[in-house]
Ligand binder design. Sequence first.
Ligand code: SF4
Length: 71
Amino acid sequence: MPQWVHNYRGSIKIDIDTCTACRLCYEELPEIFSDRGDGIPIVYAKVVTESLIERVFQIAQDCPSGSIILE
Ligand code: SF4
């Protein structure tokens, strides 16, 4: 894992204008994301523990519409 991933202290946002509600993020990472009820995810985790950081970066890469924004 690259060093910058260890140092990640940013926020996770969903671009609901581009999200296609494919369900991937909350099916793969339910510790962080949840379905708000209409297929669009919400980020409900207040803290991303170090053990989940790598998976968060991976799911942001895997999102087919690039709608998971790490800032
Ligand atoms: S993986 Fe991307 S497109 Fe699919 S539900 Fe999550 S944010 Fe939306």
